[in-house]
Design a protein around this ligand. Structure first.
Ligand SMILES: [Zn+2]
Length: 79
């Protein structure tokens, strides 16, 4: 997997920010699951943690996924 992203980063004309966004989005669902389970997600994925703080787009996506998961969990607990 790491090799694949390295190749992606090196393609001519690839915007480094887009590559970092793609790398972050690929682990975001895992990141949210770790947060949900009370695991220190930033310690496990420090690169993604730094990126969601620096990138408004990815930060909003993280908040959206976290909100959706939280609402799903709340509805599931009501059953
Ligand atoms: Zn991003």
């Amino acid at each position: 997997m790491t090799q694949r992203w390295t190749q992606f980063d090196q393609r001519p004309g690839t915007n480094p920010l887009d590559a970092e966004c793609a790398r972050t989005l690929a682990v975001l669902h895992v990141y949210v699951d770790l947060l949900r389970l009370g695991v220190d997600a930033p310690a496990r994925h420090p690169r993604a943690a730094a990126h969601v703080v620096a990138c408004d787009s990815c930060g909003r996506i993280l908040q959206g996924i976290a909100t959706a998961v939280r609402e799903h969990d709340m509805r599931s607990s009501d059953l």
